[in-house]
Design a protein around this ligand. Structure first.
Ligand code: FES
Ligand code: FES
Length: 156
C-alpha cells in the first residue's frame, strides 16, 4: 500500500511500486492534465511537483512516493496569476505540452520571482513544445512575475 497526497488529498493505492506516477494520475485518479509525451523523462509534458520540486512523472515510480506530496496542474488554482497570464498571452497552440510548461514555470517563479530572459530560457529548456510557443511562454512568465505569481500558487 502506497500512501501519498495529490493536490492536498490523501491517496492510498495498492499498485505495483514500479508503476509510473503518470499512469496512476491519469488512469487511477482521473487527473489527465499531465501528459504522456516521450515516456523517458526528456520532453517535460508530464511534469508535476513532488514535495515542491518539479519531477517527470513518467519516470517516477510510485514506490518512491510513500508519504510525499504531489501537485499536478489540476491543483493549481484556475485564477492563479500564472494560469491567467497563459490565457492573457494566448500561449497555447495545440496545448499538449502546456500543463508541463506551467508546472515548470511555477517552480521557476517560486525560486526566482523576477526572472530575466536567460533565467527563463534555462529553467524551461527541458520542456519541449512542438508548436514553438517559446516566445509566448516567456512573455507569460514575465506577465505572471509582474503579478506576483509565486505567491499562494496552489490549492488547497
Ligand atoms: S512524458 Fe515524461 S518527460 Fe516526456
Ligand atoms: S502547444 Fe503544441 S506542443 Fe506545445
Amino acid at each position: 500500500m502506497i500512501i501519498f497526497t495529490v493536490n492536498g488529498k490523501k491517496q492510498r493505492l495498492d499498485v505495483s511500486p514500479d508503476t509510473p506516477l503518470l499512469w496512476v494520475l491519469r488512469e487511477k485518479l482521473g487527473l489527465t492534465g499531465s501528459k504522456f509525451g516521450c515516456g523517458e523523462g526528456l520532453c517535460g509534458a508530464c511534469t508535476v511537483h513532488i514535495d515542491g520540486k518539479p519531477q517527470r512523472s513518467c519516470v517516477t515510480p510510485l514506490g518512491e512516493l510513500q508519504g510525499k506530496d504531489v501537485l499536478t496542474i489540476e491543483g493549481v488554482r484556475d485564477d492563479h496569476p500564472l494560469k491567467q497570464a497563459w490565457l492573457d498571452v494566448e500561449v497555447s497552440q495545440c496545448g499538449y505540452c502546456q500543463p508541463g510548461q506551467i508546472m515548470s514555470a511555477l517552480d521557476l517563479l517560486t525560486r526566482n520571482p523576477k526572472p530575466g530572459d536567460a533565467d527563463i530560457d534555462r529553467a524551461m529548456s527541458g520542456n519541449l513544445c512542438r508548436c514553438g510557443t517559446y516566445g509566448r511562454i516567456r512573455r507569460a512568465i514575465h506577465a505572471a512575475s509582474a503579478k506576483g505569481a509565486q505567491k499562494g500558487g496552489s490549492t488547497p
